[in-house]
Ligand binder design. Structure first.
Ligand SMILES: OC[C@H]1O[C@H](O[C@H]2O[C@H](CO)[C@@H](O)[C@H](O)[C@H]2O)[C@H](O)[C@@H](O)[C@@H]1O
Length: 384
């Protein structure tokens, strides 16, 4: 069966946490809809160890014959969870309200606008709290060694592809150490997990986002010329690109030839913990369990694209896009932008190996980039 039609009865969970990613506690709390946004709950920290949280949950279930009221659940959450102790505000030490760019701007309105924009950096800076290092299972946030800049609002963690634009902004603000720290955070996650997750939360461990790491590294090198540092990160770049090659490719036939290209696909087929009630609702139109699972998996694959959600990934019965979110199937698409990202990333890695003095690896990754480029051209344009 083609991948997008594969149906399975086995649950492939978002992550192994019995609090944040799977199980009756998550299901009971999120179905009660005690917060306007499902993300609020999975971003809370536990007051006690996971075992005690689960013990308290089962006490509640036993005391209420398995049917706690909404009020019971609110009281359980209030007693066992708390907000806002997972990260601490962080003003990046290299923050400067007046980087040299400001004086180069002639127009007063644009200058003021830029200055006001630059002043936002300290409000978006975060550092991981000591408790996360000591008790990682009590939090959904993943530990990273350095301070980082978040997108803001409900997005209080490090995001993969948002960081590309954040990094560009930090570099024109002359915050080079902050950028280096953020890139090292991403390498830290890649070295621990094997790939860069969608964001630095355990409930994002089932998917990545468009692979923009080498673009960020190239930007950093353009500003700092810190080529000596490339030796330290080249291994993590290779791990992340190997992850895409080993887990996200499919064979595409065109004009009798077969090409290998990449697509977005999350393995996991359960509701997104941070959008639990929304996913239950979207997939409720399917009555069969296998169809529901395919629906959840497709929503997670849509989140991996970073374009969550776009009609770009919709498929109606005729292969068109005249349908709704229930028919999102990003796994079916071989997106030109994802493949262009990878083609460039392979060439970037070749360049990093040239810097670190490993000509065999340089040649290998450059060859991969060339093949990828050829495949994109052939699949898009064919022989003609
Ligand atoms: O700015 C951060 C990201 O915001 C959107 O997606 C994120 O929120 C979704 C719902 O909570 C979640 O499912 C997804 O995995 C998150 O990345 C946006 O669509 C992303 O492009 C953006 O990186």
């Amino acid at each position: 069966n083609p991948i997008w039609q594969q149906k399975t009865l086995k649950d492939i969970q978002s992550c192994s946490s019995p609090v944040y990613c799977q199980g009756p506690l998550l299901d009971t709390v999120q179905r009660a809809q005690i917060f306007n946004d499902s993300k609020t709950f999975v971003d809370m920290s536990q007051v006690n160890s996971v075992n005690i949280t689960l013990e308290n949950f089962w006490k509640l279930m036993n005391a209420t014959d398995g049917t706690p009221t909404r009020q019971d659940i609110i009281e359980f959450v209030n007693a066992n969870f708390l907000s806002q102790n997972e990260t601490v505000p962080w003003t990046p030490p290299d923050f400067n309200e007046n980087p040299s760019l400001i004086n180069k701007i002639q127009d007063q309105n644009v200058r003021e606008f830029t200055q006001n924009l630059i002043k936002i950096w300290p409000t978006l800076g975060r550092k991981i709290s000591p408790d996360v290092y000591q008790n990682p299972d009590q939090h959904s946030i993943l530990e990273v060694p350095n301070g980082f800049v978040v997108p803001g609002g409900r997005f209080k963690e490090l995001y993969y592809w948002d960081s590309l634009w954040i990094v560009k902004g930090l570099l024109i603000s002359e915050m080079y150490d902050t950028v280096k720290g953020m890139l090292e955070n991403m390498c830290y996650l890649i070295n621990q997990i094997g790939f860069m997750p969608n964001g630095s939360r355990n409930y994002f461990l089932n998917r990545s986002q468009p692979p923009a790491l080498t673009l960020m590294i190239q930007e950093y090198l353009k500003y700092t010329k810190n080529t000596a540092w490339v030796n330290e990160i080249v291994g993590c770049v290779e791990s992340e690109l190997t992850f895409w090659l080993e887990n996200h490719t499919k064979l595409v036939e065109k004009d009798g030839e077969v090409y290998e290209l990449a697509h977005f696909e999350s393995e996991s087929n359960t509701p997104r913990p941070e959008s639990y009630d929304k996913d239950l609702k979207t997939c409720s139109s399917y009555s069969e369990e296998t169809e529901k699972k395919l629906c959840y998996k497709s929503l997670k694959s849509g989140a991996e694209t970073g374009w969550d959600f776009s009609t770009r990934w919709f498929f109606d019965d005729n292969g068109g896009t005249d349908t709704n979110l229930t028919h999102i199937r990003p796994q079916r698409v071989v997106p030109v932008d994802l493949n262009a990202f990878l083609c460039k990333a392979f060439a970037d890695l070749a360049e990093f190996y040239a810097i670190s003095g490993e000509p065999h690896k340089e040649a290998l990754w450059q060859e991969r980039s060339n093949i990828w480029q050829k495949s994109i051209e052939m699949v898009r344009n064919g022989n003609g």
